[in-house]
Design a protein around this ligand. Structure first.
Ligand code: OAD
Length: 232
């Protein structure tokens, strides 16, 4: 078996579930009570910007009340100690990986705590509401939107993600249902490259059969256990 040097970790809403942030799919998930087309598309924003802004304002405020859990902490510990390349590609728009102390984090679906000005194209750190149309701190235009990737938009930094996948010896997927592409396809890309694959999830995800190994359970338990094992 080849030695593991470079690791790509994909995280999804399941890693933040035990911090009290709703997942998207399944019972009680965000998409059970909201239609994606009403709140998470460019068309929805063009049609009713105030409604979309309020939807994200509520979530931006909520995540600031939450704390990282043992799974985020374990990955931050791995990030601090892992000598090889490591990239935590997260689909999550919360900042719990960073608040746990991880630095090698890439937000492929954007970040709740950033606002993107569509006039000057600058992204600014942002904690306050956007529904009252505050001015962009850079150009003053009242054209800020959440810096979150909506359905129909291209996820961020795909080149960097695929470059990391090409160099990886191990791909690990944590707390994601495997329902949304391109992230859902990373496991197949990894398999084609001959990379080892591991899934850590509460239940089998949609693409579970693509993984060489699946470990099932709450992230707060199975992620620290795996990190301890790989650091041995
Ligand atoms: P989902 O809600 O689709 O899936 C969450 C996964 O986490 C499910 O497979 C759950 O079984 C699992 N899970 C729940 N609690 C868990 C726990 N305590 N420990 C471990 N696993 C747990 O969320 P994502 O896969 O992240 O995109 O969704 C992907 C994308 O769809 C999101 O980034 C978002 C959404 O629409 C955009 O908004 C662009």
């Amino acid at each position: 078996m080849t030695e593991i040097r470079n690791i790509v970790i994909l995280t999804g809403a399941g890693i933040s579930a035990e911090s009290g942030i709703d997942t998207f799919r399944g019972a009680g998930g965000l998409w059970e009570n909201h239609r994606v087309e009403d709140v998470a598309t460019p068309e929805a924003f063009a049609r009713d910007p105030a409604l979309v802004q309020r939807f994200y304002d509520i979530r931006r405020a909520a995540i600031q009340e939450k704390l990282p859990n043992a799974a985020h902490m374990a990955l931050a510990g791995l990030d601090a100690r892992w000598k090889g390349d490591l990239l935590i590609v997260t689909q999550n728009v919360d900042d719990l990986h960073e608040r746990a102390g991880a630095s090698r984090v890439l937000h492929m679906h954007g970040e709740h705590l950033k606002a993107w000005c569509t006039s000057c194209d600058v992204r600014s750190h942002w904690r306050a509401p956007l529904a009252d149309r505050p001015p962009c701190p850079v150009c003053g235009a009242r054209t800020l939107r959440p810096d979150v990737v909506w359905f129909g938009e291209m996820p961020y930094r795909m080149d960097a993600i695929y470059a990391a996948l090409r160099d990886a010896d191990l791909f690990v997927s944590i707390g994601t249902s495997g329902a949304v592409y391109p992230a859902a396809g990373f496991v197949r890309d990894a398999r084609e490259l001959g990379t080892r694959t591991l899934e850590l999830n509460l239940e089998r995800s949609q693409g579970s059969h693509w993984f060489e190994e699946s470990r099932l359970g709450p992230a707060s338990e199975i992620v620290p256990a795996w990190v301890e094992e790989i650091l041995m």
